[in-house]
Design a protein around this ligand. Structure first.
Ligand SMILES: Cc1cc2nc3c(=O)[nH]c(=O)nc-3n(C[C@H](O)[C@H](O)[C@H](O)COP(=O)(O)OP(=O)(O)OC[C@H]3O[C@@H](n4cnc5c(N)ncnc54)[C@H](O)[C@@H]3O)c2cc1C
Length: 497
C-alpha cells in the first residue's frame, strides 16, 4: 500500500514522484523500461552515453531543470551545462550561400551580438527593428493577457511585426523545433510565454553525464527517502472501483494506492489502462479527439573519429519550417530540398560521453507521428542526405548508422492508442483548442487519477514542459490529499455540458 503510485519515469513522472516524496508521501514509481528518462533517457553502451535521438533543453538558463537540480541537492552550476559555443545555425541565404551563425547557450547582452543573427541572415534594418518590436511585445505581454492569444496563431502574430522572410524562417523554424506542430495552429499564447523564457535564458542546455542524468538522480532521491522504483514493470490496468482509483495491475503484480498519477499519456491512460467504461462518454469522446504533436525521426551515427565540433546544429532554409499545408505536402511525398535538420553531439557538451577518438552524432527531422506512415522512411533518407551534405567528410568515418522512427519512439514511451498517433515527439499537440483554458485537465473524472508530463499541467518546450508539469501536478495532488477531497475534473464538467 502506497500513498501515491506514479506510472512512468519520464521527466514528468520523476519530477512529480520526487516532489511528492519531498512532501512526505510514500511513492511507488513504475516504468515499463529498464531505466528512467522516458523519451529523454540516456543510454550507456560501447563506451558512449547518449540519448536515443537529438535532445537539448530550452530555456538554457533559469529553467525548471535548474529548480529540479537544486531540489535534488545537485549544484546546477555543475549538473547543468551551458557551453559558450553551444550551437550553429546554418541558413540558406537568398543567393544560395549558407550563413553559419554561432550561438552561446546563455543569451548575449551585447547589442552587436544581438543583431549578428539578423544581419548574417540578410535582414534589412527595418526588419531588424520589427524583430526588436516583437521581442519587446514578448516581454511586455503580461501572463494575465496571454489568454487573449489562445485563439491567435503564432504565424499570424509573428507576421504582424514585419520582420521579413529571413527572420520569419528563423522564428518559425525555432517554433517548429520547440513545439513540433504547425506554426499556423500553434497558439500565440504558448509561443509568447516560451519565447520569453528563451529570450531571457537562451537555448541549448545539456546535463552532465547525459540529458537523462537528472531523471536518474530524481529516482535516487525517491528511493533514498523511502519510496520505491520498479523498472521493467508494465502497467496493464489501472484499477477503478465506484469512480475512485484503487491501484495498478502490472506485469509484476498488483499494487494499491488511493492516488495514481499517470505519465503514460492521456489517451493511453484513459482509453487503455483505466478503460473508457469508467469515464463519462463525453469525456471519452473528447480524449479520443485530441491530436498528437508531430514526430522527430532520423539516425544515430557512430563515428570512428570526432567529425563535428559543435554541440548543436540547426540547418534550415526558407522552405524548412512547416505550417499545416507544408506538412501535408511532405506527407504526400513532396519534400522541399532543405527540410529542417537538427543535430546533437552529446560528447561536445561533456567529453566523458564518448570514448577517446570516437563520436556519436544524433540527427533528426520532423515527420508524421503515425508509426505506420511511409513519411518515416522518406524523412530518414532526407536526414542522411542533409548530414552528408553538411559534413562531406563524415562518410569516411561512419562505423554504424542506427535508424529511429515513430515506431521506435512509441516503444520507448507511450503505447499506440488512437490511429495515427504513438510516435509523437512531445505528447498531445500544443495547438489551438488544446492549450490555455482548453489544455487537458491534470485531474481525470475518476477520483484520485491524475496526469503528468507533456499532455497536461505544464507549458513550454518538450522536456521543460514535462518537468513544469511534474512540479505543478505534485502540488495539486498534495493539496487534494491534504483536503482529503474528492473532486470533479474541469474536463469532465465541460465535456458533460
Ligand atoms: C526524437 C525526439 C527529439 C526530441 N528532442 C527534444 C529536445 O531537443 N528538447 C526537448 O526539450 N524535448 C525534446 N523531445 C521531447 C521530449 O523528449 C519529451 O517531450 C519529454 O521527454 C516527454 O516527457 P514526459 O514525461 O511527458 O513523457 P515520456 O518521456 O514519454 O515518459 C513516459 C514514460 O511512461 C512510461 N510508460 C508508458 N506506458 C507505460 C505503462 N503502461 N507501464 C509503465 N510505464 C509506462 C514510458 O516507458 C516512459 O518512460 C524530443 C523527443 C523526441 C522523440
Amino acid at each position: 500500500m502506497y500513498d501515491v503510485i506514479v506510472i512512468g519515469a519520464g521527466y514528468g513522472g520523476v519530477t512529480c514522484a520526487a516532489a511528492l516524496t519531498h512532501e512526505g508521501h510514500r511513492v511507488l514509481l513504475v516504468d515499463k523500461n529498464a531505466q528512467p528518462g522516458g523519451k529523454a533517457v540516456t543510454v550507456r553502451a560501447e563506451g558512449f552515453a547518449y540519448e536515443l535521438w537529438p535532445i537539448a533543453g530550452g530555456p538554457a538558463d533559469m529553467s525548471r531543470f535548474h529548480e529540479l537540480a537544486v531540489f535534488l541537492g545537485r549544484d546546477p552550476e555543475e549538473a547543468i551545462l551551458l557551453p559558450e559555443y553551444a550551437s550553429e545555425f546554418r541558413y540558406k541565404r537568398d543567393d544560395g550561400t549558407w550563413a553559419v551563425v554561432p550561438f552561446s547557450a546563455r543569451p548575449s547582452r551585447d547589442p552587436a551580438a544581438m543583431v549578428a543573427l539578423p544581419t548574417a541572415l540578410g535582414a534589412s534594418e527595418g526588419e531588424v527593428n520589427g524583430l526588436m518590436r516583437l521581442v519587446g511585445a514578448v516581454f511586455s505581454t503580461a501572463d494575465e493577457a496571454l489568454a487573449d492569444l489562445d485563439e491567435v496563431s503564432a504565424l499570424d502574430w509573428v507576421r504582424g511585426f514585419g520582420i521579413g522572410h529571413q527572420l520569419e524562417s528563423y522564428l518559425f523554424m525555432v517554433l517548429n523545433l520547440l513545439f513540433v506542430v504547425a506554426v499556423d495552429r500553434l497558439p500565440a499564447s504558448e509561443a509568447v510565454k516560451t519565447l520569453r523564457d528563451f529570450f531571457a535564458g537562451g537555448g541549448g542546455r545539456y546535463h552532465l553525464g547525459g540529458f537523462g542524468q537528472l531523471a536518474e538522480d530524481a529516482v535516487d532521491y525517491v528511493v533514498a527517502r523511502g519510496g520505491e522504483f520498479r523498472p521493467c514493470t508494465r502497467v496493464e490496468r489501472i484499477l477503478v472501483e465506484d469512480g475512485s482509483v484503487k491501484g495498478i495491475e502490472t506485469s509484476e503484480g498488483t499494487f494499491l494506492a488511493p492516488v495514481v498519477v499517470s505519465n503514460a499519456g492521456v489517451q493511453p491512460t484513459v482509453l487503455n489502462l483505466a478503460g473508457p467504461e469508467v469515464f463519462p462518454s463525453a469525456y471519452v469522446e473528447k480524449v479520443e479527439s485530441y491530436e498528437p504533436s508531430w514526430a522527430f525521426v532520423g539516425i544515430r551515427y557512430v563515428l570512428d573519429a570526432p567529425v563535428i565540433e559543435t554541440p548543436m546544429t540547426l540547418r534550415f532554409s526558407d522552405e524548412s519550417w512547416w505550417d499545416e499545408a507544408r506538412y501535408r505536402r511532405a506527407e504526400a511525398g513532396e519534400w522541399a530540398e532543405d527540410p529542417l535538420l537538427f543535430v546533437i553531439v552529446p560528447a561536445e557538451y561533456d567529453a566523458s560521453l564518448a570514448p577517446e577518438g570516437r563520436q556519436m552524432v544524433l540527427a533528426g527531422t520532423m515527420c508524421s507521428p503515425d508509426p505506420d506512415s511511409p513519411m518515416n522512411q522518406a524523412a530518414i533518407e532526407h536526414v542522411d542526405r542533409l548530414v552528408r551534405a553538411t559534413w562531406p567528410g563524415i562518410d569516411d568515418h561512419i562505423v554504424r548508422k542506427d535508424v529511429y522512427d515513430a515506431a521506435t519512439v512509441s516503444s520507448a514511451s507511450r503505447d499506440r492508442t488512437v490511429p495515427g498517433a504513438g510516435g509523437e515527439c512531445i505528447g498531445l499537440a500544443q495547438i489551438i483548442g488544446q492549450c490555455g483554458a482548453t489544455k487537458p485537465d491534470v485531474r481525470s473524472p475518476v477520483s484520485g487519477l491524475y496526469f503528468t508530463g507533456c499532455d497536461a499541467g505544464g507549458y513550454g518546450c518538450g522536456t521543460h514542459q514535462a518537468v513544469d508539469s511534474g512540479f505543478n501536478v505534485a502540488e495539486i495532488v498534495a493539496a487534494d490529499r491534504a483536503g482529503h477531497s474528492g473532486f470533479v475534473s474541469a474536463d469532465a464538467s465541460s465535456a458533460e455540458s
